[in-house]
Design a protein around this ligand. Sequence first.
Ligand code: CP
Length: 296
Amino acid sequence: MGRNLISIDDVADSELLLLTSPESRTSPPPAMIRGTLAFLFEQASLRTMSSFAAAGTRIGLAPIAITTKGGAFRDQCDLYDEIDQLSLTSDCVVVRAGTELDRSKLLNCAAPIVNAGDSSNEHPTQTILDITVMRSLGLFGKTVAIVGNLRDHRTAHSLAKGLGRLPVKLRLVAPDGMAMPDRYVPNHAEVVIANTIAEVDNQIRDADFVYLPPVRYWNAPDLDFMGAYDFDLARAESVMRPSAHILHPFPRFAELDRSVDGSKYDAYRMQTAMGPAVRERILRLMLALPAMAVAA
Ligand code: CP
């Protein structure tokens, strides 16, 4: 029976620090296994699936993607039945679900189950990646503003919970109606409603990290925010600290203009680039393989 990673809460504080350590030795330990890493994705993915596939390959797991949708019979299959069946033939099952995962239905799976984003609930491995990037840029003691649709965006939910366990100042900035649900908000977070460009600007002036979950994603594709949540290089230069960093879970929409790409604010290319290495750490933890050595 495997260990599951459904929420960022499933990672102990000590494990969170180890997994997100900015230091790692250059050559990975030789411990390799031969097996398969199965992907059961009910929603599209580019970054999560490709980085887990790369990570699995590094430790000897062949990635296999499973399609369970697309037929009148198949569409009625029980997701938990299918995950359980897949766990019998795979060393680890990575799941992206269209509904919030029920951990109580995954307890008897034969292999570890990893949540790769369940509807608008959580995305714990994205948070481990995001915090690793922030720590490599200097996170502790700094101010992080998560800015956008905090009601629906799973990356923001897991990130708020993860950052709530670390020595950072956390600010949650959303427009009316899109505030983060209480169950994801850590005790010491500052919660702000901002609807205009000036109101949003006031919340990011002192931030060291600005994380942008898209306002137009999920349940709000047609809402007009009058530019309050759209950032280009000119706005970043006029409002943000010169040393600040922008992160974004991707895919992007109008909230992140391409003029920011490659600028001093751009930490989101680093986010994507570090995906395979961070997810290798996660797989090693889930499969109880020797961890990458990290500095104390
Ligand atoms: N960040 C993220 O989850 O991206 P994908 O949807 O491409 O996996």
